[in-house]
Structures are given as structure tokens and as C-alpha cells.
Design a protein. Structure first.
Lengths: 105, 233
């Protein structure tokens, strides 16, 4: 695409995304006193990450079976309190192994 | 010290980003962008779902309002994350630093930063650098090399980021059954939105917001945190 046509898209996209990120972060300086809001914010990360992971992880690979294998490997390693990178690599290896086996069958 | 610790925590995110953004680079070229344009989108946006939606609109030469709205809806979760993070930033993390470093709020950087009780500027800066490089270089790699990676490798890399999410959630859910229940509610909502046909109109980014608000609000009502507990996290 010609750069002159592309540039306005890039500016709008990056601008909106930047403002969405920075405005709330910059506005909230004081400690929030409300017990409800504090509790809500405490649970937010876990709720966000769970909703993004499930069921999307099942469809992130070539087929559902390797997706399930990746999910189970990650759950097992995370349950054993392994580091982020160990869990991530373990999940990738499980997917790779299952797809390898399925190719051979 | 904090900076180094941040860098180290950023390594897995960087690797995950590199692998995931390859796919974005490949797709951008297929949609008619140049490698430089693909690289610029990744460097200045640093977000996955938003970029995919944006790319689709750009390829269809859609309107600027349309692309602005798509980014607003898909990325609105970052606003929620920003408020959550704002409660944990050190005093020295002034507005100026927030305006610069806030650029790097992503799902993964937020997840890792949130696992700290207090977040310093140096730590957050260290945490952000490698993922930004990973996301941009992966895009470039994908744009230049195209689909030469074996499909099985691309497929395996597809779960890297989810693995990181799971690694952030499971230990907390194991230690606190209230977190586990909130996680369960969120997953239930997410599955409903995903599998029930009426909800197909809702975009993925917006679905995440709906699930988060329902699960976190129910958690806050059912299991409010004690004042001292809230200060500690």
C-alpha cells in the first residue's frame, strides 16, 4: 500500500490505542478507598487472563487435540509453580509432540 | 537492580511475542502492506487483537472512524488494566513516566507487572523493552521470510502466550479459592460468549471486557477484600 495512504490509518490506530492505555493510568494517582473498587481491581487480572485463555487456547493450534495437550501441559507445570518461560515452553513442546504423533499415525 | 529484574521477567514475553508476531508479519504482506508498514504497525501499537482488526480494515481501505472505534473497543481492556496498575505504582512513578511507560501496557506485561506488590519505574521499563523488541522483530521476520516456517512450528508457537497466562493465574488460584471461583466465573462467561450463537456479534476484545467486569464484580460482591489485604496487593 502506498505510504501516504497508509499513514493516516497508522496514526489513528496508534493514537487511539495509546490514549486508551495512558489516560486511566495517568488519571488515577490516589489510592482508591472504596472496598468494592479495590476488590474489583484485585480480581481483574485473573478474570482478564482467564477469559482470554479459555476457550481460545483450544483453537490456537492446527487442531483441538494439540490445543488440549498444550492446555494440560501448561496447567500441570503452572500447578507445580514453574516459571513463566518453563510453562510457555512446556505448552509449545506438548503441542509439537502431539502434532508430530498425529502426522505419523 | 529493579531494571535487571524487569529485563529478566520480560524474556519469556519477548520470546512469546516474537513467535506470535511472525504470523502478523506474514499476514500483513499477504494483505498488501510493505515490510516497513507491517513493522511500524507492530512497533507503534504493540497489541495483537487490535492489530489484526486494524489490518483487516486497512486492507479493505475502510474508514478512519471505523478503525478508531475498532481499536477503542478491542483495546478498552487496557484502560481497566491501567487503573489496576495505577494502584501499585511507586510514588516516583509520576505522570510523565506514566505517559511514556504506559505505552507498554499489554495483556502479558500487565500480567507479569501485576504479580508484584509495588512497581518501580526501573522495573516496568526493564520489563517493557524486550517484549517491544520481540514483537517488532517477529513482525519484521514474518514480513521478510513469509510462510517459510514449517506449519507445525507455527502451530506450536501459537500456545506460547496462553501458557504464560496460565502460569500467572494458576498459582494464585491454587493459593486462594476466592480467586479460583472468580476464574471459574470468567471462564464460564467466556465459553458462553464463544459458543452461544447469539453472541457472535460481540468482538473478541469486547467479550474479554464483559467477562472481566462480570467475574471481577461478582468476586468483589461475594468476597470483598479486607482493607489491609487490599493494601498488600
Amino acid at each position: 500500500m502506498p505510504f501516504k495512504e497508509f499513514l493516516p490509518y497508522l496514526l489513528v490506530m496508534a493514537g487511539v490505542t495509546y490514549l486508551v492505555r495512558v489516560i486511566p493510568l495517568t488519571l488515577f494517582h490516589k489510592k482508591i478507598k472504596s472496598r468494592f473498587v479495590n476488590s474489583f481491581l484485585y480480581y481483574t487480572p485473573y478474570a482478564v487472563l482467564s477469559a482470554m485463555t479459555f476457550p481460545a487456547i483450544l483453537y490456537a493450534t492446527s487442531n483441538v487435540f494439540s490445543g488440549i495437550a498444550g492446555l494440560l501441559a501448561a496447567l500441570l507445570l503452572a500447578y507445580k509453580n514453574k516459571s513463566l518461560i518453563t510453562v510457555a515452553c512446556g505448552a509449545c513442546l506438548a503441542v509439537f509432540a502431539v502434532e508430530m504423533v498425529m502426522m505419523l499415525i | 537492580m529493579d531494571f535487571k529484574r524487569g529485563l529478566r521477567d520480560g524474556i519469556p514475553i519477548c520470546l512469546g511475542y516474537f513467535s506470535v508476531s511472525i504470523a502478523f508479519g506474514v499476514l500483513a504482506i499477504q494483505k498488501g502492506l510493505t515490510w516497513l508498514e507491517a513493522l511500524m504497525i507492530s512497533f507503534f501499537n504493540l497489541t495483537s487483537a487490535g492489530q489484526y482488526a486494524g489490518l483487516t480494515i486497512i486492507a479493505a481501505t475502510g474508514g478512519l472512524v471505523e478503525i478508531a472505534l475498532s481499536q477503542l473497543v478491542i483495546n478498552a481492556r487496557y484502560a481497566l488494566m491501567g487503573i489496576s496498575l495505577s494502584q501499585k505504582l511507586e510514588d516516583k512513578f509520576t505522570s510523565t513516566y506514566r505517559m511514556v511507560l504506559g505505552f507498554a501496557i499489554t495483556d502479558e506485561i500487565f500480567a507479569v507487572a501485576s504479580s508484584n506488590k509495588s512497581i518501580s519505574r526501573a522495573y516496568f521499563a526493564g520489563l517493557a523493552i524486550l517484549p517491544i523488541l520481540g514483537w517488532s522483530s517477529g513482525t519484521l521476520f514474518g514480513a521478510l521470510l513469509g510462510g517459510t516456517l514449517p506449519a507445525i512450528i507455527q502451530s506450536a508457537l501459537g500456545v506460547a502466550l496462553y501458557g504464560m497466562f496460565i502460569a500467572s493465574v494458576v498459582p494464585a488460584a491454587k493459593a486462594d479459592h476466592k480467586v479460583l471461583i472468580v476464574v471459574g466465573i470468567s471462564i464460564l462467561c467466556s465459553c458462553l460468549l464463544y459458543y452461544v450463537p447469539i453472541f457472535d456479534l460481540i468482538s473478541d476484545g469486547f467479550a474479554v471486557i464483559i467477562c472481566t467486569v462480570i467475574a471481577a464484580a461478582l468476586g468483589a460482591v461475594l468476597f470483598p477484600r479486607e482493607e489491609a489485604e487490599s493494601d498488600a496487593v
